[in-house]
Design a protein around this ligand. Structure first.
Ligand code: WQD
Length: 338
């Protein structure tokens, strides 16, 4: 059984669908802090199978031990973490307790097993900060984290590097995501709009749905072709499929190193204005926006060198920016009952 922590979240739920479509049995553990139990129904609607579920905050070490006692866990994909950059600046202690404490509880259980099990860690391109060269490869320098959230990803990776050295046979893959967007084509699952959106694409679709009068573009005076920031927007289903490929890569003992890192992106940069144009193309409607001040902490440009995932995992994205933006808009219209 594959344990998917945070499996009711945006990327987690899409990964559970991909896992079940490949025949894996899944147990989701989630504390519902940033999701709802309804997502279980959505997962079932998307792929015909309802995964096992247990509500648990992974900071509860007894609860984590109980998971391993009651289930034969053969692999772990660990998403469960708080992930709001701005909130992490205001609540660093809660972020370290949750994100690092949860990881340590899982690892403490793994080391009690007769045979360690594969561990896929949800990391982020945020570890690169403002990379010196583009596209960004896995060899790029890790820059000092710009937020406690980003630091929990960096520290999480360091903990895993140390643990694989000490735990014979323990194999870990860290997946550094670029910018996940979109929704499953069934639109039975998508990015839940909990609170005011921080990210660009949910803000675009909620503005288009009339929840906000206009979108603010955070600066158009950057040294980029059109002055707006450039990012690598990856369809969440492409990202989900990469997790299954990575897990199966370790399960099939194809990993050459105990600890491997892969950047997951399309390999193509898109500016904020290009994403807006994509939305207008796929929706057929104009988006109202204004140019505002730069947002603190934004890097100028970040997009992935995907050659390592292409060559080692045999994985690359299949879906375009338009497909991803269109699926995000379909999801928005569905949840607004349009
Ligand atoms: C993208 C671009 C904004 C909103 C974040 C996290 C990162 C990772 C991915 C978890 C930027 C601009 C946005 C708006 C705008 N998450 N923007 N107006 O910041 O690249 O990455 O998500 O690992 O850790 O930081 O994504 O979608 O917030 O911003 O102009 O209303 O859109 O300035 O250039 P970001 P984003």
């Amino acid at each position: 059984m594959i344990l998917v922590t945070g499996g009711l979240g945006f990327i987690g739920s899409h990964t559970v669908v991909s896992l079940q479509e490949k025949g894996h049995e899944v147990l989701i553990v989630d504390d519902l802090s940033n999701s709802t139990i309804e997502v279980l129904k959505g997962i079932e609607a998307a792929c015909g199978t309802r995964p096992k579920f247990q509500e648990l905050n992974l900071q509860n070490s007894l609860g984590v031990a109980g998971i391993f006692k009651s289930h034969k866990i053969t692999g772990i994909i660990h998403f469960a973490a708080a992930k709001a950059v701005g909130e992490s600046v205001k609540k660093p202690i809660a972020y370290y307790q949750n994100n690092i404490g949860s990881l340590l509880n899982l690892l403490a259980e793994i080391q009690t097993l007769d045979k360690p099990i594969p561990f896929i860690f949800s990391s982020s391109c945020t570890v690169y900060g403002e990379a010196k060269t583009l596209p960004i490869s896995e060899r790029a320098a890790i820059q000092p984290a710009m937020s406690p959230y980003g630091n929990t990803k960096q520290v999480g990776e360091e903990i895993l590097v140390d643990t694989v050295k000490a735990l014979e046979g323990f194999k870990v893959i860290s997946l550094r995501y670029f910018n996940p967007i979109g929704a499953h084509p069934s639109i039975a699952i998508g990015e839940l709009p909990i609170g005011k959106p921080q990210n660009l694409v949910p803000f675009i679709t909620q503005t288009a749905a009339g929840l906000y009068p206009k979108l603010t573009i955070f600066g158009n005076d950057y040294p980029t072709p059109d002055g707006t920031n450039v990012r690598d927007y990856i369809h969440v289903v492409d990202l989900a499929e990469a997790h299954v490929v990575a897990l199966e890569h370790v399960l099939a003992c194809k990993s050459t190193d105990a600890y491997e890192v892969f950047n997951l992106g399309t390999g193509k940069g898109s500016s904020v204005l290009e994403v807006i144009k994509s939305f207008e193309r796929v929706s057929g409607q104009k988006l109202i926006y204004k140019i505002g001040k730069r947002r603190a902490g934004d890097v100028i440009a970040a997009y992935a060198d995907t050659s390592k995932a292409n060559e080692v995992l045999g994985w690359k994205t299949k879906r375009s920016l338009d497909e991803a933006v269109s699926s995000a808009w379909d999801w928005e219209k569905k949840i607004r009952g349009r």
